[in-house]
Design a protein around this ligand. Structure first.
Ligand code: BEZ
Length: 371
């Protein structure tokens, strides 16, 4: 192999991740003999990288593993069901050699704590909200651009697209985990204890938000008082009036019965709410190539299927809520006043990928619109 043989993007990423996970810094950026422009490595650096990858990855025959997956959603949530199906599929495909224990409902901690466990290798897999990821990597805040997509179908198309997939490449280096595939919960809606006509009526009211910056900014720009609160605390806070409203999706509003403590559902579809299935970098590097292919494919398949389930089920949850006597008010982008344009002005510099995502979302919408 001649000196300067092209190093594939995948080899490059893996090498960088190996070095990073072992605290050796990033030789790819630092060393001479490697061109960031052409993507070529000298023979010397390439051999060193391949030796290191070979040493640190388990190229030996697959060993039986009891994997662990953590997530914050309750047992009845579609993400949790997908995690269980992923485990069953893994066990079936390996004839029981690999098993998966699923820990839902924050049994292993908050998403920040799950991430720490993943980084140390104490946890193998997680399904993390992109909100947690965006707190560390602002580029991911772009997914929360209000009305970036119109519905879950468009959200799923965007997450399956090339820009979103490329964004996952940053995870090994920045977070020490590999992103295997996206998933989503439904679009965000506003459920309010008081009878309100429009989101702008939320002025000064305490609205529960998932704790992440893009959403906090959005409600601040709207003039509300965003109140960060984990999912597990929402029911009591809404019931006892500690908060006036919640930012939530239809699945949770219906299944957790939040609607019982509220007068108005503003059906706004104002934001998508993606998640990502990840594997600990340490676990990944110890897997054989065959096991990497298997866990990647199975996780991606089961998460992807959930996106279709949301497309099928969101309409039914809406019908169920209307049937339960909830006052449903249809609201659109115009009812948020200037908050949407102001949010974009604030977030485009922090998450420049937003421009590309918007173009891709618009092209997807054009393609799916009946002519
Ligand atoms: C929330 O914080 O609202 C949330 C988190 C995970 C799944 C669905 C909703």
């Amino acid at each position: 192999m001649p000196d300067g043989t092209p190093f594939t993007v995948r080899q490059r990423r893996l090498t960088r991740a190996v070095w990073q996970l072992n605290g050796i810094g990033d030789p790819i950026k630092e060393r001479r003999g490697y061109s960031l422009v052409t993507g070529e490595m000298t023979m010397r650096v390439m051999i060193l990288a391949m030796v290191l990858i070979g040493t640190l990855t388990d190229a030996s025959p697959a060993t039986a593993r009891e994997f662990r997956l953590g997530l914050i959603t309750p047992p009845t949530h579609l993400w949790t069901e997908a995690a269980i199906r992923f485990g069953e599929a893994l066990e079936a495909a390996t004839e029981g050699e690999h098993t998966l224990a699923v820990f839902p409902a924050r049994q292993l901690g908050t998403e920040a704590q799950l991430l720490q466990l993943l980084q140390t290798g104490a946890l193998d897999f997680a399904i993390l909200t992109i909100s947690e990821v965006s707190n560390r990597l602002p580029q991911f805040g772009a997914f929360y651009a209000p009305y970036l997509v119109a519905d879950v179908g468009e959200a799923a198309a965007l997450l399956r697209g090339s820009t979103a997939q490329r964004m996952l490449d940053a995870l090994p280096q920045e977070l020490g985990v590999f992103g295997l595939g996206y998933c989503l919960a439904g679009m965000r809606q506003i459920l309010s204890r008081d009878a309100l006509a429009a989101p702008t009526d939320l002025g000064g009211q305490k609205i529960r938000i998932t704790p992440f910056v893009p959403l906090r900014d959005f409600y601040q720009l709207l003039g509300a008082a965003p109140t960060p609160m984990p999912l597990a605390s929402v029911y009591d806070a809404l019931t006892n009036g500690q908060i006036d409203a919640i930012d939530m999706d239809l699945e949770a509003i219906w299944k957790v019965r939040y609607y019982e403590s509220a007068d108005t559902l503003m059906l706004s579809n104002h934001m998508m709410f993606p998640s990502v299935g990840v594997i600990s970098g340490r676990t990944w590097l110890r897997l054989s190539e065959a096991d990497r292919e298997l866990v990647g494919r199975l996780m991606r398949t089961h998460l992807d299927r959930v996106m279709d389930e949301y497309v099928e089920q969101e309409r039914q949850w809406e019908v169920d809520l209307r049937g339960a006597g909830v006052d449903v008010v249809d609201v659109g982008a115009a009812s948020f006043g200037s908050a949407i344009a102001e949010w974009e002005a604030l977030w485009l510099p922090q998450a420049p990928v937003l421009a590309t995502l918007k173009a891709e979302a618009a092209a997807n919408a054009d393609r799916s619109r009946p002519r």
